[in-house]
Design a protein around this ligand. Structure first.
Ligand code: ADP
Ligand code: ZN
Length: 533
């Protein structure tokens, strides 16, 4: 069978992984395919292999649409090493290469390139590219469209890009071409969105478990001083991964630069920063050095970079949502070997990120300004990550996989997460009473001061019975200082849990200074909270 010989001779692999062959057979048969597999699951083979097949119902060039230029560059380079001449049609590609690809697509059948990669933006904007696709279509030399990282199409995806929404033109302009959508990150709603937005016809749907058994998940309390955080991270790397490569995710560009510098200068760890803001040349150097193992740690902000032997992924701050967290931690251990994923959590980071979501940077031309409803959705997704981070009792895998509507038995974790592994006896404490107290207190405070709004700091201060001016007006309330004996982390945890559960929500009011003030309100019913530690 042709498929098997290409697998062995070109890709030098012996067997298919779960669903790979089913996916390849379906697309060669001209069907639409929706393929869901975790990062590292082997999605690329599912379209790279059929692109080389000469038997099957489809012929000609495979068009791959991918959102990230760095991913395109990596894949094209890897294919060329295997002797497959793929082309990148991106702004980062050499001009003569782009010209060559266009010429080959226009020329006779034998010369058509097997694989062409492009970004949704380029397909949307370039009329000459559309003309070439038209011509291939007329000649019946358009094998299939492949949409990689298809979760970006989900209407409210975290990386939503308007040009991805425009991909409906694929089916509209070139109706007979099979479509394959691949994603490493989609729950049921997003999956339905993708199929709908691409106008897929009765797609063959293949889904693989999202569990990544070789990843060890844990959450640590983030120290409030930057110096302590860097020390903590450096200590972890030096103890557990002195010679390994890893990725650190930071809150902002500035923070990623600063952290890379501190790790280099104060701890002798060869770390570099990598984000969309640094110039192309520097980014290339850092990426090449990292891929080659010359620099060990890369501090990333909003970038996708892939290397099979990443041994640790550290989140120096929260991800914006669970999809993002899964995707980012998924960059560890793609080669199947055991790897660490650590998240440093503090509630004040959640507040910072929420502020950024509410005041999106209008200077970023690649993104449309989100609507208020979309901002609310993003804030709600953020609280999903907060809930994950403050959970200190449930298996991390159960929590992560639940997000993808996948059920997982905690015993199958085999102690590969901090919550399953926690040594010593567990002290369980039921915080239902305290949680109800906080809600009642907030209700009482709102009754006293409904017109001016209550902030979360005021709520915590009143509960703790602090004496500052802002909370003096609440000192006669019966629950004032009822949380006096409670430790600071417990207060934070109870508060975060109530926010994550939707029992308390935030709202913003524009102020005269131009910034908006954020207040809190009681918004849901809270009945029972089994236990946290
Ligand atoms: P994804 O796109 O799903 O994140 P990739 O396609 O990059 O994953 O594949 C991840 C790794 O798995 C690659 O190193 C790839 O060579 C390897 N791989 C893919 N399919 C197979 C297979 N059938 N057998 C062995 N290794 C495979
Ligand atoms: Zn576990």
């Amino acid at each position: 069978m042709e498929v098997i010989s290409i697998l062995k001779n070109t890709f030098k692999l012996s067997t298919f992984r779960t669903n790979q062959l089913e996916c390849i057979v379906a697309t060669l048969d001209g069907k639409d395919v929706f393929y869901l597999a975790p990062t590292g699951g082997g999605k690329s083979l599912c379209f790279q292999l059929p692109a080389l097949c000469v038997t099957g119902k489809t012929q000609g060039t495979t068009f791959v649409i991918s959102p990230l230029i760095s991913l395109i560059t990596d894949q094209v380079a890897a294919l060329r090493k295997k002797g497959i001449f793929a082309f990148p049609l991106t702004s980062a590609a050499e001009e003569n290469e782009v010209r060559q690809a266009m010429r080959m697509m226009r020329s006779n059948v034998e010369e058509k390139p097997k694989l062409v990669y492009t970004t949704p933006e380029r397909l949307q904007k370039s009329d000459s590219l559309k003309d070439v696709v038209d011509q291939l279509y007329e000649e019946k030399q358009l094998a299939r469209f492949v949409i990689d990282e298809a979760h970006v199409i989900g209407s409210w995806g975290r990386d939503f890009r308007s040009s991805y929404a425009e991909l409906k033109i694929l089916r509209k302009n070139w109706p007979n071409v099979p479509i394959m959508a691949l994603t490493g990150s989609a729950n049921k709603d997003t999956s339905e969105d993708i199929k709908h937005n691409l106008a897929m016809r009765d797609p063959v749907c293949l889904a693989q478990s999202f569990n990544r058994p070789n990843l060890h998940y844990s959450v640590r309390k983030k120290p409030s001083l930057k110096k302590d955080l860097v020390q903590n991270i450096a200590g972890f790397i030096k103890t557990h991964h002195p010679d390994d490569t890893g990725i650190i995710y930071a809150l902002s560009r500035a923070e990623s630069e600063e952290m890379a510098q501190k790790l280099r200068e104060e701890w002798g760890i060869e770390a570099r920063h990598y984000h969309a803001g640094i110039d192309n040349e520097e980014r290339k150097i850092n990426q090449v050095d990292w891929m080659a193992g010359r620099c060990k740690v890369i501090i990333a902000f909003g970038m996708g970079i892939d290397k099979p032997d990443v041994r640790f992924v550290i989140h120096a701050t929260l991800s914006k949502d669970m999809d993002g967290y899964y995707q980012e931690t998924g960059r560890a251990g793609r080669d199947g070997r055991s790897s660490d994923c650590i998240l440093y959590y503090t509630y004040s980071d959640a507040i910072k990120i929420e502020k950024m979501l509410r005041n999106p940077n209008s200077n970023d031309p690649t993104r449309d300004k989100p609507s208020d409803a979309e901002i609310e959705r993003q804030v709600a997704k953020l609280s999903g990550v907060v809930a994950y981070s403050c959970n200190e009792s449930d298996c991390r895998r159960v929590l992560i996989l639940r997000h993808f509507d996948e059920e997982f038995k905690p015993e199958d974790c085999h102690n590969q997460c901090d919550n399953c592994h926690r040594p010593g006896t567990l002290i369980h404490h039921d915080f239902t009473k305290e949680a109800k107290q906080v809600i009642q207190l907030l209700k009482d405070m709102m009754a006293v001061n409904n017109s001016r709004g209550v902030t979360q700091v005021q709520l915590k201060d009143t509960w703790k019975g602090r004496k500052n001016k802002a909370v003096q007006q609440y000192k006669d309330l019966p629950l004032y200082s009822s949380g006096q004996t409670m430790g600071h982390p417990t207060v934070e945890r109870i508060y975060s849990h109530l926010i994550a559960e939707g029992a308390i929500s935030t709202y913003s009011v524009p102020s005269s200074s131009g910034y908006s003030n954020t207040y809190i309100q009681v918004s849901g019913v809270f009945s029972y909270w089994p236990c946290i530690r």
